[in-house]
Unconditional design. Structure first.
Length: 135
């Protein structure tokens, strides 16, 4: 009974922290290749990862660069992405991560899709969506 009580109390605290916005989600993923997202004031262009464009890798923040090259912001567009892990954390690597819903087994896919659209719209309004959806 003591172990269950301790685990239950910890789980209850995590749930409260999520509801209060004090816990965020951190997702881990695997990918087998990437292209580059290059952004200027006019928008984002996708540059295929190739020998000619490989010099951009040194500018990526994921590779200790500053994310900038010749006045452009440079990022990665991950390809063949598979999520392989998830954790509830205080400080995710992506500070814009949020928990949209908590699974209860009673929610519908449509409810989740609606919540996801709301988050995407909010991020776009705040200038956080940098790569067009579907690219």
């Amino acid at each position: 009974m003591g172990v269950y009580k301790t685990i239950g109390e910890k789980a209850d605290k995590v749930i409260r922290d999520i509801q209060d916005g004090e816990k965020l989600v951190s997702m881990e993923c695997l990918f087998d290749r990437f292209d580059y997202a290059v952004q200027d004031a006019e928008g984002v262009k996708i540059v295929p990862h190739a020998m000619k464009s490989a010099f951009l890798t040194q500018h990526l923040r994921a590779y200790a660069g500053d994310g900038k090259c010749n006045g452009y912001r440079v990022g990665r567009v991950l390809r063949n992405l598979v999520f392989c892990g998830c954790a509830i954390v205080d400080n995710p690597a992506n500070s814009h991560s949020e928990i949209i819903t908590m699974g209860t087994g009673t929610g519908s896919s449509l409810e989740f899709q609606k919540a996801l659209r709301e988050v995407i719209a909010r991020h776009e309004a705040e200038g956080l969506a940098e790569v067009p959806h579907g690219e």
